[in-house]
Design a protein around this ligand. Structure first.
Ligand SMILES: Cc1cc2nc3c(=O)[nH]c(=O)nc-3n(C[C@H](O)[C@H](O)[C@H](O)COP(=O)(O)O)c2cc1C
Length: 148
């Protein structure tokens, strides 16, 4: 059975909601899925033991891109991830009225590419993710199909 890890940072629960939906879709696609909060995650434990790793993070700040608080310490240790050649996907919630819409998704994607990961796809949600459930499900199915 293929395995997936979902690591997320979410302050008001929006990105966690997306993580939950994506996790359900990956399970339904036949993968074993583990979901962890970025607050308790160690960079060394990401990617290497999984067939797919999903990174979810919302964006904060206004003059510059700020990652969600719980994700910041993990991001500082990203160089420890053995991401070379590993399939990953990145998602996050944001608000397009800010200068850097979902800037965290861009920052994490760029860093993972630098580390040699294979970025399968990215997803940016503008505002409340609840009405976006179908889009989230379709995205997660595409991500699953890319590795199964
Ligand atoms: C003070 C503040 C700053 C924010 N800055 C940004 C930003 O720079 N870019 C963006 O896309 N969204 C920004 N947002 C919107 C949040 O990312 C959005 O509310 C998101 O859904 C929160 O997701 P979470 O509950 O998973 O943390 C900001 C929100 C607040 C309250």
């Amino acid at each position: 059975m293929a395995s997936a890890l979902i690591v997320y940072g979410s302050t008001t629960g929006n990105t966690e909601y997306v993580a939950d939906i994506a996790g359900q879709v990956l399970c339904a696609a036949g993968m074993s899925v583990k979901k962890i909060n970025a607050a308790g995650a160690e960079a060394e434990a990401l990617c290497k033991d999984y067939d797919l790793t999903l990174f979810g993070c919302s964006t904060w700040g206004s003059d510059s891109i700020e990652l969600q608080d719980d994700f910041v310490p993990l991001f500082e240790h990203f160089d420890r991830i053995q991401a070379g050649g590993k399939p990953v996907a990145v998602f996050g919630c944001g608000d397009s009225s800010y200068s850097y819409f979902c800037g965290a998704v861009d920052a994490i994607t760029q860093k993972l590419k630098e580390l040699g990961a294979h970025v399968v796809d990215t997803l940016k949600i503008d505002g409340d993710p609840n009405p976006e459930q179908e889009n989230i499900e379709q995205w997660a199915r595409r991500v699953a199909e890319a590795v199964l």
